[in-house]
Design a protein around this ligand. Structure first.
Ligand code: DGJ
Length: 323
């Protein structure tokens, strides 16, 4: 059974905030879906970080075999603060469809250095008045100026996804440092906390909307650039292990509308169960003017003669596409 979690949207611009919660659907064939209702409701309590009117985006759920719990993490922005808080929220359930119980909201990895952060930069201090986007500022951000700004209180975590590796280790991948640098952070064995081990990926690369999958022993990540709700060109990254080093490869989209990712933005790459080398690229077509009318693009991931993934528009396809 497949379970699909998403942001429950309502009509109009108000729908860009969470007024209902995280919705869940189930399906055995990825075509016919059953509505499983609200897995995590927003709260009526004004003191709760998930009070109605907050922003909940990109919820992901993983199952922890040791604790037998379903663990949901999601991008959380506190009510009335726009996108300032940049937190990740945790909710846990005994059943996949919920009800999930909200546990906490955090800025990850407070007081921890990324494992790929050069020793010599740890003590470097930057002038406070650097002009945003000046060459000096970009260089300082690349070197970790914002990482240091947030070192004590914990790092920013906006667009996020999970990846569970073959050895059962789970990773929380999020846009950090003002969306300029991705962080890939290992979760603890119960998946309910950050272990403190994490890496920075492509500092100042401006990657959002991460999604990870593994094919033929290599790890691939598809991300987007940062243009708010508007589509932009996707990026393909590759690595030999989840904790890097990650390398930019190319825009994985080819053909018509490839520059705008077919008017969509990555959200997840789903391995199709029971089929080899079968992955579905799942993407969102946001509609911020009428949030409930946001739509989805699902395309099969194809592989070229060098084994590199690519995406091409198809008007119509089904699971027979995967042999
Ligand atoms: C781009 C992100 O990918 C979306 O999830 C959302 O946070 C929008 N930005 C908000 O502008």
């Amino acid at each position: 059974m497949y379970y699909w979690f998403g942001e429950h949207k309502i009509e109009g611009k108000e729908g860009n905030q969470a007024w209902v919660g995280v919705h869940c659907y189930s399906s055995q064939n990825l075509t016919d879906w059953k509505d499983e209702g609200i897995a995590l409701p927003v709260s009526k309590d004004p003191e709760s970080p998930i009070v109605e009117g907050c922003i909940i985006e990109r919820p992901k759920v993983i199952f922890n075999a040791a604790t037998q719990k379903f663990v949901m993490w999601f991008h959380l922005e506190l009510k009335g603060q726009g996108y300032k808080a940049a937190k990740t929220g945790l909710a846990v359930a005994d059943k996949v469809t919920g009800p999930f119980k909200f546990v906490k909201a955090v800025n990850p990895n407070a007081g921890k250095w990324p494992v790929n952060y050069p020793e010599k930069l740890k003590s470097k201090i930057y002038p406070e008045n650097l002009k945003s986007w000046s060459e000096e500022w970009i260089q300082a951000v690349k070197e970790g100026m914002l990482l240091k700004r947030d070192f004590e209180k914990g790092q920013m975590a906006r667009d996020m996804t999970h990846y569970v590796d073959d050895d059962g280790k789970a990773y929380h991948i999020h846009a950090s440092e003002e969306n300029l640098t991705l962080h890939i952070a290992e979760l603890t064995d119960d998946y309910q906390d950050f272990s403190g081990k994490y890496i920075r990926v492509l500092p100042t690369g401006h990657n959002e909307a991460p999604s990870i999958f593994k094919h033929n022993g290599r790890y691939y990540m598809i991300t987007s650039g940062c243009t708010g709700w508007a589509p932009n060109s996707a990026r393909l990254l590759v690595a030999d292990s989840v904790l890097g080093e990650w390398e930019y490869v190319k825009n994985p989209c080819v053909g018509e509308d490839a520059d705008l990712t077919f008017h969509s933005q990555s959200t997840f790459v789903l391995p199709v169960q029971g089929k080899k080398d079968a992955f579905i690229f799942m993407a969102d077509r946001w509609n911020p003017e009428n949030a409930i009318d946001g739509r989805y693009v699902w395309l099969p991931v194809q592989f070229d003669e060098n084994g590199l993934p690519f995406l091409q528009w198809l008007d119509k396809w089904d699971l027979r596409f995967f042999k």
